[in-house]
Design a protein around this ligand. Sequence first.
Ligand SMILES: O=C(O)CCC(=O)C(=O)O
Ligand SMILES: [Fe+2]
Length: 387
Amino acid sequence: MPKDITLEAHATAPKSVRDLQKYYQKLPVESIPNTPHVLDFRHFNSASVHAGSPLEVIDTISPEILVVVYEEFLGRRVDPSLLQPVNVYGHPSLPGLRILPSLLPIQVQEALLSKLLLRDLSNQEHLTNIHLHYNVPYPDPDKSFFDLPNSTTFTPKDPEVHKPLHVVDVLEKKLRWMTLGGQYDWTAKEYPNGPPVQFPRDIRNLIRGIFPTVEPEAAICNTYSPGDTLSTHRDVSEEADKDLVSISIGCDALFLISLSPESQDTDAVSPTNTATSSKPQPQKQNKRRKGKEPPPPPPPPPPLDNHTLIIRIRSGDAVVMGGQSRWAWHGVPKVIGETCPEELAHWPNLYDDQSPDNADKIDWDGWMKRKRVNLNIRQMYEHNSLN
Ligand SMILES: O=C(O)CCC(=O)C(=O)O
Ligand SMILES: [Fe+2]
């Protein structure tokens, strides 16, 4: 589908979509399994109806294809008998949306995390939300931010506005995104002119090996803690209408995606009034009431129209937004704590705690247990030679 050039990067989602985002943001985690509107592939019944129709398996990726891609990425042999065929699900009401539950095996998830957060985060060309307001103290070459000594602080660019941050605050809470390849400008909501930063080759090959219809040129690596959300938005700054590939690692999340027509919206906010100066910011979920009184049951979920899905995304899942769904409204109303796969819970596993060399080191064991990392990959420009 050619890109509709009238799509506005600063627009606000229709009220029905914003109401859903609010509802799922507030919904207590324990109520999620009882909410039939949440599509959960681990308890998936192919007959169950979401957004007015059942999901369909539209393709399957064979282990023979995946093994070649994973061997190259990991740099070692992978036994194909350990890989399962991966189903690609589609939905008739969201054309171009593809969901690939359990795409990446745990070893690939772990290697991808390490490349992103131990290697690419240390590359000074890859900007983060921290750079907006802080001077970033970089680790020595071949070291990562997780190697920085406990005495490290990030000093604010304007001390009148921001306080210095300890490295633990940065990595545990404040780091929300890093950009790879074309460095997206969240304030102007555009990619800067000039040659983009080189996209990490191995991650490009991994994505392109599985999704040959997209040339990875830019990506956002989002890091979330339970309680963080990503408000509803559309990713419309890319000139190419190629698939957007979204890979998730760590804690589960609810992902809302909607092609609801805006004309049904009675109180849409004018796009010009809603410009935000940066990427949608985290919002903390409502606090539990004090005392022993159990919380009241949640109100019933708002009706889902036939163009909206709420998907429980798990570690290793991929979502591809292509075709009409490339420009769909989407958001992350909830990140669900205590759901990170055990095999990743100890990442980054850096140190032997007993070693005397580690006196000024920080023990990051368990960092990933409290995180969801999402890699959101885009092609910025059309290239006639591709596809
Ligand atoms: O975290 C996710 O699943 C979605 C992230 C996203 O939509 C974005 O970075 O534009
Ligand atoms: Fe997005």
